[in-house]
Design a protein around this ligand. Structure first.
Ligand code: ASP
Length: 412
């Protein structure tokens, strides 16, 4: 999920402010606001998460020039992996709770019907390419942890420190600020889980923010970066990029890469490297990928569910919305829990028809979910949200009172 720092700052706050109003299921049959889900589409075409937009021109040129569809898709997702300023993927990803960056990725090659994946990999930046190497140079599909790292080094990938100063400082701030609001304890799907109080008093928030400012100053976090760092601690970010590519001949491939959830438990692997959850590609049908709350996507095998839905005749949009409804079903439609999770699916059928659907409409009204597309024209289109309104960050933080936000520099 890609967003500018400014968008990021606006994201969770507006999301949390609108909780009282949102949560009604929008009509799944409503037409997309953008031109998604045409009966048939154009080929070649590449679709990806919004943070892949800047890499689409080159990848599209590769497809036009006859490059393999997986190589074109990997060109897109390697971009954010290499970018130290993208703190959701690859180099500079926000680390786990011990300050170590752990990356996950997978890929599927439609024409040869092969797959590769790696989970919990440390010290190697381009895990999407390592996933491809697993596919091409082993008889396995998935390698994890130390074994995956050693395999990558044997394949010639350089070992490097993935923790940038930027991400290290955010982690230090989180560490010093740490409360019980982390990934320990029962999950949101535990029967006794309760949402936190939604409105603590303003004074408490003022004190919290002031305390964070003091810690940030003590850690020598640059004044101009302080508000962004504090926001990431209050609202731990997620981030991932998926990409599917289809060429003129109808060959299709997909891949997904991520640094997973910020401050996750060491060893935690999300949906991104799970074939069938974070990505699934079937040469006979199409390809789908996901970004969002990995735990919930794993339980509905989202990408596989979508491709199978299309195989049975659903359009890309219907197929994606059906997978989202399974997540809603897993929580018996309880919006008090659903608001703490989100999911965006990127769907591409082998005839070029595509759709982007999401559980909620966005992080905020100014930051809707969407998908980057190149089919000769490079653009971003909004997703079709199953539920009206915006999600709230997880682990849940109490809602910040609006009167405090109005005067706060952090949320402008
Ligand atoms: N799906 C990713 C994970 O759970 C996170 C994300 O997409 O933001 O690891």
């Amino acid at each position: 999920m890609g967003y500018s720092r400014r968008d990021f700052l606006a994201t969770a706050v507006v999301g949390s402010l609108s909780l009282g109003l949102e949560g009604q299921e929008s009509k799944a049959t409503e037409p997309a606001r953008a031109a998604t889900d045409p009966t048939t589409g154009k080929r070649p075409i590449i679709v990806c998460a919004k943070n892949g937009l800047n890499y689409l021109d080159e990848a599209f040129g590769m497809l036009r020039g006859g490059a393999d569809t997986l190589d074109a898709a990997l060109r897109v997702i390697r971009g954010p992996e290499d970018d130290p300023n993208n703190d959701s993927v690859g180099l500079g990803g926000i680390p786990n709770e011990e300050g170590v960056v752990e990356l996950d990725a997978c890929c599927m090659h439609g024409p040869t019907r092969r797959a590769g994946a790696v989970g919990g990999v440390r010290n190697i930046k381009n895990v999407s390419l390592v996933a491809k190497a697993v596919m091409e140079h082993t008889g396995h599909v998935m390698l994890v942890g130390e074994g995956a790292e050693r395999f990558a080094v044997a394949q010639g990938f350089p070992r490097e420190n993935l923790l940038t100063e930027h991400s290290r400082k955010i982690w230090m701030l989180w560490k010093e600020w740490q409360s019980s609001r982390d990934w320990w304890g029962p999950g949101i799907d535990a029967p006794n889980w309760k949402a936190p109080e939604t409105v603590p008093d303003s004074e408490l928030w003022q004190q919290r923010i002031q305390k964070l400012e003091e810690i940030a100053a003590g850690l020598a976090i640059e004044p101009e970066f302080r508000s962004a760092a504090i926001h990431r601690v209050l609202f731990p970010p997620t981030g991932t990029i998926h990409c599917s590519a289809l060429n003129e001949k109808g060959e299709i491939s997909g891949c997904t890469t991520t640094s997973g959830l910020a401050f996750k438990l060491p060893g935690r692997v999300g949906d991104s490297p799970i074939i069938g959850a974070g990505c699934y590609t079937d040469q006979d049908v199409g390809s789908a990928g996901a970004t969002g709350t990995g735990e919930q996507n794993i339980k509905v095998a989202g990408a596989h569910t979508i491709v199978e839905n299309m195989r049975r005749g659903m359009s890309p949009q219907e197929a994606g919305l059906d997978a989202l409804k399974r997540i809603v079903r897993n929580f018996n439609g309880d919006h008090n829990k659903l608001r703490f999770m989100d999911m965006t699916y990127y769907v591409l059928r082998t005839d070029g028809a595509y759709a982007c659907v999401s559980l909620w409409e966005g992080y905020s009204p100014t930051d809707p979910h969407g998908m980057a597309i190149h089919d000769g024209t490079r653009r971003i289109e909004k997703s079709v949200g199953l539920l009206k309104g915006n999600s709230q960050e997880f682990p849940p933080v109490p809602k910040i009172p609006p009167e405090l936000l109005k005067n706060s520099d952090y949320y402008k």
